[in-house]
Design a binder for this molecule. Structure first.
Ligand code: ZN
Length: 164
């Protein structure tokens, strides 16, 4: 049954562990709810979707994703330190958090909080995993056809999905 294979417009539920090149666990669904996503919607990095295309429920799969198919190569001048006072009024900030800011050219730019110390916050325009080869271990739990609404919205509805 083709519906049961991962591909475009399929809702995939899986457990995953993500390690960096040093073998350190960066992220994992182990011990919590599995991840559910709409395949082909761009929710996941391209190399992740590519490697899982054609897989079925019950299959385990380990694969590596190069930066170009993951979070991209590192770009720009690298992390920048800014006075903590610049973050007043935007609530609690923590390392790893993404913020939308206005760049020098007036366009919005996403920056990640790389470090926080007493007086300064280090921000980086690179995703924390930019430049990293991503090592995934995945266990596919379920694959189903997306509903027309889910396809139109570009995300999953229902348990563990998007709630309106
Ligand atoms: Zn929706």
């Amino acid at each position: 049954m083709e519906d049961a294979k991962i591909g475009e417009k399929r809702v995939v539920t899986l457990h995953y562990t993500l390690k960096n090149s040093k073998g350190e666990v960066v992220d994992s669904s182990a011990g919590s709810d599995p991840l559910t996503y709409l395949h082909g919607s761009g929710e996941m990095v391209p190399g992740f979707e590519k490697s899982l295309t054609g897989k079925k429920a019950g299959e385990k799969h380990s694969f590596a994703v190069a930066p170009a198919e993951g979070y991209g190569e590192r770009k720009g001048k690298g992390p920048q330190k800014v006075p903590k006072a610049a973050f007043e009024g935007i609530g609690d900030i923590e390392v790893g958090m993404a913020l939308d800011t206005e760049g020098d050219d007036g366009h919005s730019q996403t920056v990640w909080i790389a470090a926080i110390d007493n007086d300064f916050v280090t921000i980086d325009i690179n995703h924390p995993l930019a430049g990293e080869t991503l090592h995934f271990e995945v266990e596919v739990l379920a694959v189903r056809k997306a509903t027309a609404d889910e396809v139109r919205h570009g995300h999953v509805h229902g348990p563990h999905g998007h709630h309106h």
